[in-house]
Design a binder for this molecule. Structure first.
Ligand code: NAD
Length: 500
């Protein structure tokens, strides 16, 4: 497989591997040590135009391929990703920075999603209902929509494309895919494996390049009726506004400011494990990262000292080494943003308990490493408790009661994930009911979704859609209601059935 080195890669458009029309390129480099991963086409609207034309033409044939056949291609794809799992895992540690176990999990999620959606080829259930009139048959069926513009972030560079592309394909849509510029090789490998699995030419196209030059052109294109974007709130708002002119269907998965609640009766060792995994896994660069820990005062001091003790044992390093706990953050801009929040937290009067600095030495100087950071005595209105930092920083917020914990957890603009550690089943169920998020965990951290349940959030985390599970199909299909009258006479609904 194509691996690290200064190899030049191409777009895949109209069934051919091609350069950007402009001939321009950009480099992907490793956040772990600065190694060059590859050189990629820096595309623009002209390339998007060609890719959309190819995907539009392919739609006319792909929509007529029986769904079980489309599913069989996804089964083969899932198998190929399984075979390539070790290579993809290693590449992800190098191109994106995740530690090996998490990179493997990212790849596994794509395998699981592809198998799940492959099975949809033999389901894609609609409904049949009785008719209010005699000799009449009613049903609803899912119809594909057309070309889907897929725009993805860098933090789950194999999993997120699968969440979008697998359901879109099995439903009969065609694809123009724009991966993040920080992880283009993983996007390229994803498409290579799809073509190897037998996805026909033109059905999937990949166009590399920036959000403004490629993403925006895709969002504006009149022949792309569906846009699915995972990214920041700011990008989501921009995309939604742009897409409004064409009344497009826009599916948005945006930011998070997720809270773990720890009540006085919690298993504290378990809670510490959950916090470490959720706050510092993927260096805190998950939409479901626990960047707030809301702790009842009875256990606040104990939890604080146990957590800090554990955090100080975490080892920073390159993701592909077995004993690394925390890898780099994605790029220099991210490092600066994360550190600026440490300054903000300090200035706001929060108590910096550990971390709070760029990590140097021990081979870390060539990459972007930040010490895992914990703030104590944070009040809910501080910026570090309100804004998405997207780095290895978490804020401990003491509270007096269960009700206050729920109020604080809900008191942010996002609503992706939440969690509660308690041994009281009544409080657990009240939290499940009252936490205003798309996902709630009991006695587990804020991260760990499985592919067969809906994934997404309330409030500013999105615009009401969900990916994964059956819910994903709602993004990529249009419902058609069908009435078949076999009475041989004109029967008028709402009129003739009342006359008899
Ligand atoms: P980003 O918004 O900067 O970029 C996401 C994608 O959008 C990239 O491919 C980018 O090139 C593209 N883009 C940027 N501007 C665009 C424009 N004007 N038009 C069209 N496309 C444009 O986000 P990021 O930094 O890559 O990812 C981090 C963000 O993603 C965080 O906010 C995180 O919470 C969010 N995220 C959410 C989920 C979820 O499921 N809710 C999952 C992962 C990440």
């Amino acid at each position: 497989m194509a691996l690290v080195g200064a190899k030049t890669f191409k777009n895949y458009i109209d069934g051919e591997w091609v350069d950007a029309a402009s001939g321009d390129t950009f480099e992907s480099t490793s956040p772990a040590n600065g190694d060059t991963i590859g050189v990629f086409p820096k595309s623009g609207p002209e390339d998007v135009e060609r890719a959309v034309a190819a995907a539009s033409a392919a739609f006319e044939e792909w929509r007529l391929v029986p769904a079980p056949r489309r599913g069989e291609i996804l089964f083969r794809f899932a198998q190929l990703v399984t075979d390539a799992k070790d290579d993809l895992t290693d590449l992800m540690s190098r191109e994106m920075g995740k530690v090996k176990a998490e990179a493997g999990g990212d790849v596994q999620e794509a395998i699981d999603m592809s198998y799940y959606m492959a099975g949809e080829g033999r389901r894609l259930f609609g409904q049949t209902t009785p008719s209010e009139l005699p000799d009449k048959f009613n049903m609803s069926v899912r119809m594909p929509i057309g070309v889907v513009g897929v725009i993805t972030p860098w933090n789950f560079p194999i999993a997120i494309p699968s969440w979008k592309i697998a359901p879109a394909l099995v439903a009969g849509n065609t694809i123009v895919f724009k991966p993040a510029t920080d992880t283009p090789l993983l996007g390229e490998r994803f498409v290579e494996l799809l073509t190897e699995a037998g996805v026909p030419k033109r059905v999937v196209n990949i166009v590399h390049g920036g959000g403004r030059a490629v993403g925006d052109a895709l969002v504006r294109h009149p022949d792309v009726p569906v846009i699915t974007l995972t990214g920041s709130r700011e990008t989501g708002v921009q995309v939604l506004k742009t897409a409004a002119d064409e009344l497009k269907r826009v599916h948005l998965e945006l930011g998070g400011k997720n809270a773990i609640i720890v009540l006085d009766d919690a298993d504290l060792d378990l809670a510490v494990d959950g916090i470490i995994w959720s706050a510092f896994g993927t260096s805190g660069q998950r939409c479901t990262a626990a960047s707030r820990v809301v702790v009842q005062r009875g256990v606040y001091e104990t939890l604080k000292s146990r957590l800090v003790q554990h955090v100080e044992q975490l080892r920073l390093g390159v993701g592909w080494e077995d004993d690394t706990d925390i890898g780099p953050v994605i790029n220099e801009g991210a490092l600066e943003k994360i550190h600026s929040y440490t300054e903000i937290g300090r200035n706001e009067g929060a108590d910096l308990l550990t971390g709070g600095e760029v990590a140097h030495g021990d081979g870390l100087d060539k990459g972007f490493y930040y010490r895992p950071t914990v703030f104590g005595d944070v009040s809910p209105d501080m910026r570090i408790a309100q804004e998405e930092i997207f780095g290895p920083t978490t804020a401990l917020i003491p509270v007096d009661s269960f009700d206050e914990a729920i109020r604080v957890a809900n008191g942010v603009q996002f609503g992706l994930s939440s969690s509660i550690f308690t041994r009281d089943v009544n409080k657990a169920f009240r939290a499940i009911r009252d936490l205003d998020t798309g996902i709630t965990y009991v006695n587990a951290g804020t991260t760990g979704a499985e592919v067969h349940l809906p994934f997404g959030g309330t409030k500013d985390t999105g615009n009401g859609h969900r990916e994964a599970g059956q819910a994903a199909l709602d993004v990529f299909t249009e419902w058609k209601s069908v009435y078949v009258d076999y009475s041989g006479r004109l029967q008028r609904a709402q009129i003739d059935n009342l006359d008899e």
